[in-house]
Design a protein around this ligand. Structure first.
Ligand SMILES: CC(C)(COP(=O)(O)OP(=O)(O)OC[C@H]1O[C@@H](n2cnc3c(N)ncnc32)[C@H](O)[C@@H]1OP(=O)(O)O)[C@@H](O)C(=O)NCCC(=O)NCCS
Length: 120
């Protein structure tokens, strides 16, 4: 919970909100804290607060690198270490994320309203 504010900052980064599946609205701190309490076990901080990766209980991967650390190969390093049997949702137009996942063993398996489903 000590990293709650850092994680909220990542969530509310404009790039992240733009490509979020559920809502594009800014997440309020109160809602974030409630959500985080139930999902702490799914989340890992990358490096020294360079980003976060979440593997949900139903095996969905989501990753978010802090803006100043993007484009340095960090997300690729993290995805390369993940086990098989995972899936991800990538919103139509999120080119960086699509390239990242395709380069790291994921394949598109479905298209739903506005997002692709990928599996590794
Ligand atoms: C998508 C994201 C996680 C990539 O993290 P990153 O550490 O910058 O990615 P990497 O540096 O490891 O790059 C891996 C590959 O992603 C692609 N990529 C990264 N940034 C890109 C950009 N701005 N435009 C196009 N492709 C990009 C490239 O294909 C790159 O491989 P390459 O260097 O061989 O071309 C990061 O941009 C991010 O946090 N975005 C906002 C949140 C988000 O959309 N998360 C994904 C939802 S699951």
């Amino acid at each position: 919970m000590d990293d709650a504010d850092f994680l909220l900052g990542l969530k509310n980064d404009p790039e992240m909100r733009r490509f979020a599946v559920v809502t594009h609205k800014k997440i309020r701190q109160k809602d974030h804290i409630e959500w985080l309490k139930n999902h702490l076990h799914e989340i890992r901080i990358i490096g020294n607060k360079q980003g976060m990766v979440r593997i949900s209980d139903d095996r969905e991967v989501s990753i978010n690198i802090a803006p100043q650390f993007r484009g340095k190969g960090l997300a690729s390093k993290v995805l390369a270490q993940l086990s098989d049997g995972l899936w991800a949702k990538i919103v139509n137009g999120n080119v960086a994320s699509m390239r990242l996942f395709l380069q790291n063993g994921f394949m598109i398996t479905d298209y739903k309203e506005g997002y692709y489903v990928l599996k590794n």
